[in-house]
Design a protein around this ligand. Structure first.
Ligand code: ZN
Length: 212
């Protein structure tokens, strides 16, 4: 059984990794339980380095975001949901889902750790949220997991963000540049490669966790 010391050490380690990814003190506090002042003392010796400004709130943001941002949010949300269903705790699942997202996208990442934290809060109804307002659904057309308002039923032909990305892929250089993991000459192969990438991210939970 884990001792108090074990749990505290674990909280510190998680906090350190969140801080390294640019998390705000409030995010670190809510995820790990470490008091903000302690997190500041431990990880932000230079007070000027503390992330400031308005924290992102994703309750409504997702529905109004552009296509690439929504696809990014879906990548994070789907990975988080999958890791949670495998029994990971929320903080670990957030950290690993964010790293999986970082691994497939261009830098600087379009979605911050704080934004990802907010998104998964609304998926699980924890931390910032009192109840779930975002659900992870499976698209009947492309098979990708995507986010939608709780209560939405995925219907064939309604085009999830990934269906839309794929439909626009060969005309839209921004989309091509945003997911550069599979550079090939043939556009159809690139499209398939991108879809493959999304499926890998959705399905490949085991063995792809980056080293600590
Ligand atoms: Zn789809």
């Amino acid at each position: 059984m884990a001792t108090r010391g074990d749990r505290h050490l674990h909280a510190i380690q998680l906090a350190r990794q969140l801080a390294a990814l640019g998390a705000r003190l409030k995010t670190i506090h809510l995820v790990t339980g470490l008091p903000p002042r302690q997190a500041q003392r431990l990880f932000f010796p230079d007070a000027r380095a503390i992330p400031r400004g308005r924290a992102p709130d994703s309750a409504e943001w997702y529905h109004g975001a552009n296509l690439i941002l929504r696809a990014d949010a879906c990548l994070i949300g789907a990975k988080y949901r999958q890791l949670r269903s495998q029994g990971l705790r929320a903080g670990e699942a957030l950290l690993l889902a964010y790293r999986a997202y970082q691994a497939v996208t261009t830098r600087p990442c379009r979605i911050s750790l704080d934004r990802a934290f907010s998104l998964v809060s609304y998926i699980d109804g924890i931390w910032l949220a009192r109840a779930p307002t975002l659900a992870v659904l499976m698209c009947p057309d492309c098979g990708c997991a995507f986010l939608a308002a709780v209560g939405t039923v995925a219907q064939p032909g309604e085009a999830c963000p990934f269906c839309r990305l794929l439909a626009r892929f060969d005309q839209d250089h921004r989309i091509q540049a945003s997911y550069p993991a599979h550079p090939t000459v043939d556009m159809t192969a690139r499209q398939l490669g991108m879809l493959d990438l999304f499926h890998q991210l959705k399905l490949g939970a085991k063995g792809d966790n980056p080293p600590e």
